[in-house]
Design a protein around this ligand. Structure first.
Ligand SMILES: Nc1ncnc2c1ncn2[C@@H]1O[C@H](COP(=O)(O)OP(=O)(O)OP(=O)(O)O)[C@@H](O)[C@H]1O
Ligand SMILES: [Mg+2]
Length: 505
């Protein structure tokens, strides 16, 4: 439709639905006191389909659900929402927007989308020859890596619960099961059952990292509480030879505090639910509701999740990445010690605080950690200042001493987390691997934007990281586009976009 004739369809703001469709049924002459020139201008305005003073136009029904939003004739906010909504209703969760893939969370099992045959559908294919899919993005990264001999990165972004981690895992799985084109196209059998040990180890890093770095929040039962960048490494023959993980800012406060309906890191609940009777005895494990570090969020159950079964998955994954059973036992001991530390009762005295070396939880924690309980108790309730050779000791209040106790727990846990990443890398990015490394594909999966009733400094950092990423995206995409227009000598006017620069300096 070239102009606002009768029958033109457009979007109108609506408080309940965002936008509702409308159609021009009649054009009326303006009131008599309007000057003729205004009428003429209005006529002109009605011919301009991009006039920002008029409601945004609808696309013809046939083209409303475009596979790529850039194909929409009328590209405006309601048209974009409509396209994604219509596709979602048809169980099409993926839509392109130029170089970007928009993934809507199906909140339902859509396993058929990711079966090995689907990997084959996308292997060796151009992106626009198949329906939009995560695998097409992975494939594009792979072919670009080969073509340009350059490292690639797939950035997954979105608010908390959007589906970033699930997507990142499917991307990793795609590379692990893809194989080289010759291999995967042979016969109808997928390569999935022939994945190499290295590929298996790379995939096994996921259950481990999630057990220690993910937790239930009010937004997501499996929310990542750290940022992750994994490089999947290829040699000259484009075989996967290893991987390297880098993590960012694990949320430490969660270890000692969880808001209502939230949980601490999954691994603790897995340990309490899945430990053998012997381990339970050895580590003096109590039920979840009796550990202060686990019971603040209330009911610890997650619908559809069996923590004991998850514990077995974590242990199996540990074994796959060559963490021996004895090392696993040491890790679990450390976790139990942290739980006991959280139960240590520091009492308030008239002036400061006291903690006896025989406080039962402290005894348990120290026994497991191999620490001297008397020394440990002393340094929780006292502090020492050293000034020019002089040592001044002072007592802490109950509140200050509790902060010290919690800080020790947070420090130990985050050191454990960093150590885990280190041993994963030691196994998957050995010197031999780094020598053969030709190119890699990175996958970035950070924690999504979030806004809770109470937001800590960590939420600020999480949201800031998301703003930075958005800024990177803006610059990259708009700069790239502009360069292309200049190269092709296209006459264009710069599109005004919502720039978050002020929030991401
Ligand atoms: N492609 C998908 N198919 C099926 N379910 C999905 C898919 N993507 C997401 N989900 C569902 O949504 C939940 C949340 O997804 P995910 O954990 O990936 O979110 P996230 O973006 O990583 O969030 P956060 O920032 O909190 O880590 C998943 O546990 C799963 O139930
Ligand atoms: Mg996540």
């Amino acid at each position: 439709m070239a102009s606002w004739d009768v029958g033109t369809r457009a979007w109108f703001p609506n408080p309940a639905d965002g936008f509702i469709p409308g159609e021009l049924v009649e054009r009326k002459k303006l009131a008599a006191d309007d000057s003729t020139s205004t009428v003429e201008t209005t006529e002109e305005a009605l011919r301009d389909t991009h006039n920002p003073n008029l409601p945004p136009l609808m696309n013809p029904p046939m083209f409303e659900a475009a596979e790529d939003l850039t194909n929409l004739s009328h590209l405006n906010e309601p048209a974009i929402l409509q396209a994604i909504k219509l596709r979602y209703a048809q169980k099409e969760i993926y839509t392109y927007s130029g170089i970007v893939l928009i993934a809507t969370n199906p909140f339902a099992r859509v396993d058929s989308l990711y079966v090995p045959q689907m990997v084959q559908v996308y292997t060796g294919k151009q992106r626009n020859s198949q329906a939009p899919h995560l695998f097409a993005i992975a494939e594009e990264a792979y072919t670009d890596m080969l073509r340009d001999t350059r490292n690639q990165t797939v950035v997954v972004s979105g608010e908390s619960g959007a589906g970033k981690t699930v997507s990142a895992k499917y991307i990793m799985r795609y590379f692990a099961t893809r194989g080289t084109p010759g291999q995967s196209l042979k016969g109808s059998k997928s390569r999935a059952d022939a994945i190499s040990e290295t590929e298996e180890q790379i995939l096994a890093t996921n259950p481990v990292m999630e057990a220690f770095g993910n937790a239930k929040t009010t937004r997501n039962d499996n929310s990542s509480r750290f940022g992750k960048y994994i490089e999947i490494m290829f040699d000259k023959q484009t075989d996967i030879i290893g991987a390297r993980i880098r993590t960012y800012l694990l949320e430490r406060s969660r270890l000692v505090f969880q808001p209502l309906k939230e949980r601490n890191y999954h691994i603790f609940y897995q340990l309490v639910a899945g430990a053998t009777e012997r381990e339970r005895q050895e580590l003096s494990l109590l039920p979840v509701d009796q550990f202060e570090y686990l019971n603040q969020g209330g009911d610890p159950r997650i619908d559809g999740v069996d923590d004991a079964a998850e514990f077995n998955i974590t242990k199996k994954a540990f074994t796959t990445i060559n963490v021996s059973e004895s090392t696993q036992r040491e890790i679990f001991k450390l976790l139990a010690a942290l739980l006991h530390l959280g139960n240590v009762k520091i009492t308030a005295t008239r002036t400061d605080s006291s903690l006896s070396a025989t406080e039962p939880s402290l005894e348990k924690a120290c026994a497991i950690l191999g620490l001297n309980a008397a020394d440990f108790a002393k340094w929780i309730i006292k502090k020492q200042l050293v000034t020019r050779g002089e040592k001044i000791m002072s007592n802490l209040t109950q509140q200050q001493a509790t902060v010290v106790r919690d800080s020790v727990a947070k420090f130990i846990y985050s050191s454990l987390f960093d150590w885990l990443v280190e041993i994963i890398n030691r196994g998957l990015a050995t010197d031999a691997v780094l020598q053969q490394l030709h190119t890699f594909i990175g996958v970035l999966d950070i924690y999504g934007f979030e806004h809770f009733a109470k937001n800590s400094f960590e939420q600020f950092c999480i949201n800031y990281a998301n703003e930075k990423l958005q800024q990177e995206f803006n610059q990259h995409v708009f700069k790239l586009e502009q360069e292309e227009y200049i190269r092709e000598e296209i006459d264009w006017t710069f599109i005004d976009f919502s720039d978050n620069q002020p929030a991401s300096i």
